[in-house]
Design a protein around this ligand. Sequence first.
Ligand code: NAD
Ligand code: GLY
Length: 380
Amino acid sequence: MTAPLRQGPLAEPIMVPVALGTRAYDIVIGRGQLASLGSRIGGLRPGAKCAIVADATVAKHHLAATEAALKSAGIASSAIVVPPGEGSKSYASFETVCEAIVAARIERGDLVVTLGGGVIGDLAGFAAASVRRGLDFVQVPTTLLAQVDSSVGGKTGINSRQGKNLIGAFHQPVLVIADTALLDTLPERDFRAGYAEMAKFGLLGDAAFFTWLEANWRDIFAGGPGREHAIAVCCRGKAGIVARDERETGERALLNLGHTFGHALEAGCGFSSRLLHGEAVALGTALAFEFSARRGLISAADAARAHAHLAAVGLPTHIKDVPGGVPGVDALMDLIAQDKKVKRGRLTFILVRGIGQAFVENDVDAAQVRAFLADKLAQQ
Ligand code: NAD
Ligand code: GLY
């Protein structure tokens, strides 16, 4: 994205609290808020030093400013840089990051700072959960996806060879700083992929927000005032869900709308750049709406409306939109069977009764899913 940098004094951020009792924390949203990182950390953990974990691309753009923000508050830091991309949510990168945190003498009372998108937040958050049996960490999300979703709520982890996010821990950050100026350097494709998670919030539980997105998405993409408003709406929505159901025993599962199909497709594409995570969520959400329509839960018009919006912003909504194609129905069904929501072999899907009316459907008939996917694959 190439919105011009706006100069001037730091505007008041939007503050979104995550009410988790003794583990409560704030999400700070606003342009330029990275500059407040040092003073906020100094206020929370006086005397702490930090290990900043970033991927190489983000480090090139934003590591110096992050180090400067810490230094200005007298906070010493070291940097740990891993390759960009989903491939870094691996055992190998996890080992690299853990060993580097230990080598940097980051102790209990010090902090890990994740500077990056969902990959870095998940990877370094999991390392923070694990090193010395748990270090505090601060999320500085640098993608739209991470600012609206992955930096909030404490899900951390890496991928297994057998499926996505299968190795991990719940570990809440102590602070999230979503500096929207960091999105200025984000490639448009990654911004659009993150928008899928934003649209998901409307589609799962906030029909009015979805209607607002249909009218205002161009402003969000252009970096207008709607961007911060929309990020805050998503963060407030997610903070509420996480506060009510931190460990996903109920309501939190709704945040996985589109993810059962999406994760299988993403894994089926080898977690490659053929299908980014957010793109897989968009396609998975479109399929979840269609599957709901096939089960008679929603009208064809509602399914078409969800499809139309995702397609309007340029996200994939049909399997044929995936360059190079996807694996066959047997492979996809195998991947779906590895989903974390599978309980004693029964499939669980997040389905919809309308725009903004998602619900958890346990005990979905695998044969019905197979027949649906076979039809979709035949349409390629
Ligand atoms: P990502 O972290 O790989 O970032 C996407 C790309 O953008 C990378 O190439 C990165 O180097 C680059 N990038 C990041 N910030 C940049 C910036 N400001 N300027 C320039 N380039 C930048 O991917 P993502 O889409 O942010 O996150 C996807 C991951 O998030 C997936 O692994 C997914 O499973 C995870 N996720 C986790 C949760 C959760 O609750 N923990 C929720 C949703 C998604
Ligand atoms: N992104 C799903 C969750 O945080 O629960």
